[in-house]
Each structure stands twice: as C-alpha cells, then as structure tokens.
Write a protein that binds this ligand. Structure first.
Ligand code: ZN
Length: 485
C-alpha cells in the first residue's frame, strides 16, 4: 500500500517534468553561464604635466602646534610630587610613580634607545630602584623599551589577555600583517617617501620588531599591590585593545588610562586592523568616571588635571563613542547601506567642535564603517557581490565603452586640475584595474594621492596616502603593483 503511493508520486513527478520541458518552462540541462575576460585596453599615451607641488596647511599646523610639540619635544613632566611622565622621546609616554621603596614604571615606549634616555632623565629626579613595570596593553609603542628599566627581580605586570595578543595580534594571523599595516600607515612602505619623523621609532621602519620582555605576573580582571604603603589597583579595561588595563593610584587620585583616552576622536576601528571592542570602551570610560580622578595620565599626549575638567572630558568622550555606536546599530537595523550611514551620522553639535574629539587619529566615518564590517559581514544584500568577478572585468568593459583608457584618464586629469582628487583617483583605479601596467594611470593617481596626503588632517590618512603615493610612483616606474600590499 505504502509503495503504491510512492510509485504514484514518482510517476506524477516524471509526467510533470516531461510536460514542463514540452511547454518550455523547464530546461533539461541547467543554464550555461558565460564568464569571458574582456580585452586589456591599450596603454594610455596622453601628454601629462603633473600639477604644482601641493602645500601643507599653515592654519592646521598653527591649530595643532601645541599638541604636535607635546608629542615631539622630549621632556619629563611633573604630575604630582610622586608621579612624572616622560613624553616626546618616542611615540608612547612613560609614567614613573615614586615610592619610598622603589619605582613603578607604566609602559616603556616602542624604543629601547628612547627608554634609556628617559631613564637617564628620571635618574635626575630619583635614584630609587625600579620594582614594577606595568604594560597597559600589547601595542608596540607601550612595551618595547623594557630592557632600559629592567633588572633582576623586577615584576612585569599585564593582563592575561596580553599573552594572547602579544604573540601576534591574532595568533592565527601572526605579526606580519600588523607590521606591514604599521609601515603603511606611517607612510614608510617606501622609505624614500616616508615622512622623516623627529624620532625614528623602530616599528615605523620596515623590518624587525624588537623582542618584548614577557610579563612575570598576569591577572584576569583586577590586581592590587602595595609598595611602601602606596596602593596600585590594576583593572582590565577593554577598548583600544582587548587586553588593556588601567592603573588607579587612590592615594594620589591619579588614574593612568593608557590609550583609552587621548586628544582625538578615538580610533574605534583601526584601518587595516581588527575591530575594537566598542561597548568595552564605553564600559571602561564609565568606570573611570566613577573613580573621580584628580589626575588623568595618558599613554599619548599630555595628562589632564582637575576632577571637574576630567569628568567633563571623560563624559563627552563616552557620549561621543556611545552616539556613534548606537547610531550605527540603528542604521544597520533600518537597513541603510554603509555609505548612507557615513553620510548621515555626525556628532551632535555640542560634541563636534570639542578640540579633543577632532578626527586627528580616529574618525567618526571610519568608526561607522568598522562597526558595519564587524556586525554585518562583507555581503551588501544586493546579489551582485555574492560571487563578484575580479575587478578587471568591469574595468575593461568601462574602458571599452569610454573609447579607451585614454578617455578615462583625460577626464581624471581634468578632475585633478580642478582639485577633485578623490574622483580623479577613482577613475585612475578603473584604468589600473583594466591594465595594471598603465604607467600614466599610476602617475596621475600618485599626484592625486600626494595632494590628498597634504590636505589630510588625520595622522593615519596622511601615512596611508603617502604610502599609496610611493607605491604608485614605483608602479609607474615599471614595478608590478600588488606585491607590496
Ligand atoms: Zn599607543
């Protein structure tokens, strides 16, 4: 009986298929898809006179001169009678806390040379031995100068997460990408075109990263120790990184927050790097606000003094992060594409003009892009990008439709003359995608990258544009693009 039903069903399906084929709504074999690589367009042969050298904005320099000077003028700044911060010797600051039984050092910069100069200057203030070294997090500008301060028996403290991240930002990825991304952001991909910094940080030069001295003691959430009656509370505070910690010294009402606060909109998602724990950053700031510090000591830039001022800064900082985070999630839930979210989400007026929320390092638009990437993955929902063709397919079709790569480049050059450098670069990208050996396309784009670098007001963007400038000049001279990055 049962078999009989199956037989009737199978028979029905076969008859249905035959009828479907007969009436043309079914096809016996599946549709054949054609993938044909279009022809490479001929190399452009236009006459091209590069634009005049772009100039850096004096207005920008004047506005941020105090901040810049703070970062590049080596000196030891007194915070309290017992706390000093060395800044300007390297990228990262070093904090020294003096007790009657020895010193606590927080972070050691990215350079052993710089750390030795710092320790020499600390020695003008105290001859107490170093007892503890604390790493706020695994970023190289905070832990590569340790040997300058270290001697037998010194405790090196960090969170347990530090061990996970220091062995490679992501142990499966390793450090190679991290090193290359630092080189790229610093504009140091091609040393000839790198900015010459007043201090030469080892990790800004392409090559080896110094070996980091490992912690002798790690903790999960909190760790407290006392030295000569002075208490040090270490908290695991996520944000800039997953392994980050802050140091609270209640006797001094001083809080060292590493890179969880600095004088720029925070780098919530670094370009080329993994997403950062944004909700963790908000929680960390809430904890700092509750401690009501009188002194806020930082991993970069100058410390803040005064409970009211610090409350104001921390609250505004937290509000800005919360705003960008919540508005990004709202836009995702409303189904808005990322470019629309970026165009629409701006900091509220009372935050937008604050000098410590400008996009000098992190940026609101990059943060939105990072949050989108982190929360929604790579697919945009519109079908085409499920299985996209390599970029040369579309680029060669466009070049053919335009009547050749020359036509596209002529327009790019006209845009460049009109200072429309972003669009000029995007047109150059089409020609380069169609034919990576088109020297003129690389040359024109290089000059627009140079202009964009000189008009950028974000440290990472300047480095990234400088790197692109260098790579395209190299490609224009005949090198194959794509090997460097
Ligand atoms: Zn740092």
């Amino acid at each position: 009986m049962k078999m009989g039903k199956v037989g009737i069903f199978a028979g029905g399906v076969v008859i249905g298929l035959l009828l479907g084929c007969a009436f043309g709504c079914l096809k016996w074999k599946s549709q054949k898809l054609v993938v044909r690589e279009p022809e490479i367009p001929g190399e452009s042969r236009l006459e091209y006179t590069p634009p005049a050298e772009p100039k850096f904005s004096a207005e920008f320099m004047v506005k941020y001169l105090p901040l810049l000077l703070d970062m590049i003028t080596p000196r030891v700044v007194k915070v309290t009678d017992d706390i000093y911060v060395a800044m300007g010797y390297a990228m990262g600051n070093v904090t020294m806390v003096i007790t009657d039984q020895g010193l606590v050092i927080i972070d050691t910069t990215e350079s052993e040379d710089a750390a030795r100069r710092i320790f020499k200057d600390f020695r003008k203030i105290t001859d107490q031995p170093v007892r503890y070294i604390i790493y706020t997090h695994f970023h190289p500008d905070h832990n590569q100068g340790t040997r300058a301060f270290y001697s037998e028996g010194v405790q090196i403290l960090a969170t347990r997460e530090f061990l996970h991240w220091i062995h490679g930002r992501n142990p499966d990825l390793g450090n190679r990408h991290f090193q290359r991304s630092l080189d790229l952001l610093a504009g140091a991909v091609e040393p000839d075109y790198a900015f010459s910094l007043p201090f030469r940080s080892p990790f800004l030069a392409a090559g080896q990263t110094p070996e980091v001295m490992m912690p002798t003691l790690t903790f999960d959430q909190e760790y407290t120790f006392t030295l000569a009656g002075k208490r040090f509370d270490l908290f695991h505070t996520r944000g800039e990184t997953e392994d980050h910690l802050a140091v609270w010294i209640p006797d001094e009402r001083a809080l060292q927050v590493g890179d969880l606060y600095y004088a720029s909109f925070p780098n919530l998602t670094g370009i080329l790097l993994e997403a950062r724990p944004v909700p963790g950053w908000i929680e960390s700031l809430t904890r700092f606000i509750e401690l009501q510090p009188e002194y806020l000591i930082l991993g970069h830039t100058r410390h803040l003094k005064g409970a009211d001022l610090i409350q104001e800064h921390l609250r505004n900082y937290r509000e800005a992060i919360e705003y960008v985070y919540e508005e990004s999630l709202r836009a995702i839930n409303q189904g808005k594409p990322v470019h629309q979210a970026v165009a629409e989400i701006k900091l509220p007026e009372h935050l937008a003009d604050l000098p410590y929320l400008q996009g000098l390092y992190g940026r609101v638009d990059w943060s939105i892009r990072g949050i989108y990437q982190d929360y929604t993955g790579w697919y945009d929902g519109w079908g085409t990008k499920l299985f996209p063709l390599p970029p040369q397919y579309q680029a060669r079709e466009i070049a053919a439709l335009a009547g050749g790569a020359d036509k596209i480049l002529a327009r790019a050059i006209a845009l460049q003359k009109n200072d429309e450098h972003q669009l000029a670069a995007e047109l150059c990208d089409i020609v380069i995608a169609a034919n990576p050996r088109d020297k003129l396309a690389h040359t024109v784009k290089a000059h627009s990258m140079h202009y964009l670098a000189m008009s950028a007001t974000n440290a990472l963007a300047i480095g990234a544009y400088r790197s692109a400038y260098a790579l395209h000049l190299k490609a224009a001279a005949g090198a194959a693009l794509g090997q460097e990055f």
